[in-house]
Design a protein. Structure first.
Length: 495
């Protein structure tokens, strides 16, 4: 669910570091970032799963009453927009404010978004709330890891352990969020669940606001300040973009039922522009340019993977609500709780995979094979739905979805952390941050595509959906495995 959020491999190194060991041997300042990230993931995942049900449940059930296809499309578009906004968050940190300030202001924006979802009426709450949460989460996601990196000197041996604690906070929040918001949704109603997400994020913000002064000054440094003479140009571009979006909404080009398509189009354009800027730059060598070309098939495989994996937030909630037997000894478990299964497996298995790669050393599979395996395993996970297809309402055993999500997690750990690492290893020296941004664009594109695919899911006729998508993923993974030699040749010594 959230391994890519840690992005530990992308963090900058600190110029100083701290000898403080008060937080499990780590600097006490880590508690403040740990806390705000835990509560941000609590609110994000707690709200996201409730959102699906809110959008398509009828008005009499407390929902917005949208068509199911529109509802899952909005959720996919929203997820894609979150990852797309990480690019904006990283740019603002690098050119204007520094990572620590962007993190703080982003947390404020997230709280405002959750409050809007909790108190505003009808679809107005969705429109205002999701825009704010998407922008805020993108800014926080892009900069929390960078701030953690400033707590350690370059060769501080505690760095990896510190990121492991940070990563634990991410998944604790992702685990707890759906449990509480799902309970509140089924017991008291949707806006109580949205309110819980708002309160959780407010707690994280309050803790961080009190403790942020203890962070090193390097966390506030602006690496590449924008010259003041260019402020009017940037402001003008920002105003023009907002005005263009408002106009497209007003004339009906951007609508609730085509949001995923809009986000897919924007992300594809951004991806092409990013690759073009890097590949045509005079600042990269021939070897670096070849490595960027080698990243392209990995990018495509990543998009395919995330387009299936992110259906945890579109199709899987529908499946849990309509097809899963949630009866536990006479008590009906909220379907929202299914979303807490993946973080448990992530916490358990991430250490296993890290130990496995360490033990194998130079004998471990090369990066294209890991990517290929991740996509193939993700396709197999979709095929695992087939034995239960056509069984009717509440017919799939809860243990089945636990097993399927276990396979989801294995696929994630084969590709997500490896993808972040590959982006940094293949990046030209002049474009380190941009290559990591490209990996997040693959997540954004895949997530938005999941919103395009999800409306095709029919609970009454599941076989075509799961079999076709599963087979396509397996075929793409096998094709990448077959092409490993030319891809490795392009990667020029990077395994």
């Amino acid at each position: 669910m959230s391994h890519e959020d840690a992005a530990a491999t992308a963090s900058p190194t600190s110029e100083g570091g701290s000898n403080d060991t008060r937080f499990f041997g780590q600097p006490w300042a880590l508690t403040h970032i740990f806390g705000v990230e835990l509560w941000e993931r609590f609110s994000f995942y707690g709200m996201q799963i409730v959102l699906v049900y809110y959008l398509y449940f009828s008005v009499s059930e407390g929902g917005a009453g949208l068509p199911q296809a529109t509802a899952v499309g909005i959720v996919g578009a929203y997820g894609g927009a979150v990852y797309l906004s990480t690019i904006l968050g990283a740019w603002v940190a690098d050119r204007l404010l520094g990572s620590e300030r962007v993190l703080f202001f982003s947390a404020i924006v997230i709280v405002a978004g959750h409050v809007a979802l909790a108190v505003l009426p009808g679809l107005l709450s969705v429109a205002v709330g999701l825009v704010l949460v998407a922008l805020g989460s993108g800014g926080l996601k892009a900069n929390a890891t960078a701030v953690v990196g400033t707590l350690y000197a370059d060769k501080d041996p505690r760095r990896d352990a510190g990121f492991s604690l940070f990563y634990l906070g991410i998944n604790l929040g992702a685990f707890a969020g759906p449990l509480l918001t799902g309970f509140l949704r089924t017991s008291l109603g949707f806006h109580w669940a949205f309110g819980a997400a708002a309160v959780g994020m407010a707690l994280g913000l309050a803790q961080y606001a009190v403790g942020r002064r203890s962070l090193p000054e390097s966390a506030r440094r602006v690496p590449n300040p924008l010259p003041p003479s260019r402020y009017p140009l940037v402001l003008g571009i920002g105003v023009a973009v907002v005005a263009a979006i408002a106009l497209l909404i007003a004339v009906g080009v951007i609508r609730a039922d085509n949001l995923s398509l809009v986000v897919v189009t924007v992300v594809i354009a951004a991806t092409i522009a990013y690759f073009a800027v890097i590949l045509t730059s005079s600042r990269i060598t021939a070897t670096e340019r070849s490595r960027v070309y080698g990243f392209i098939p990995l990018f495509v495989a990543s998009v395919a993977f995330w387009s299936l994996y992110q259906q945890q937030f579109t199709v899987v909630p529908l499946y849990a609500e309509k097809r899963l037997d949630l009866n536990l000894f006479g008590w009906q478990m909220p379907p929202d709780w299914v979303q807490s299964i993946n973080p448990v497996f992530i916490i358990i298995l991430s250490g296993v995979f890290a130990a496995l790669w360490t033990r194998l050393g130079t004998k471990q599979p090369v990066t294209p094979i890991k990517f290929a395996a991740g996509v193939v395993v993700m396709g197999l996970a979709f095929l695992l739905f087939l034995p239960f297809a056509g069984g009717g309402a509440s017919s799939t055993p809860l243990l089945a979805i636990v097993g399927i999500l276990f396979v989801f997690t294995v696929a994630e750990l084969l590709l997500s952390p490896v993808g972040l690492s590959a982006a940094t290893k293949l990046a030209p020296a002049a474009f380190q941050t941009q290559m990591v941004a490209l990996f997040f664009l693959s997540v954004s594109l895949g997530t938005a595509i999941s919103g395009l695919l999800a409306p095709l899911y029919d609970p009454e006729n599941e076989v075509p959906y799961f079999s076709v998508l599963g087979a396509i993923a397996i075929a793409l993974g096998l094709a990448l495995a077959a092409a490993r030699k030319p891809v490795l040749a392009l990667m020029r010594g990077v395994r």
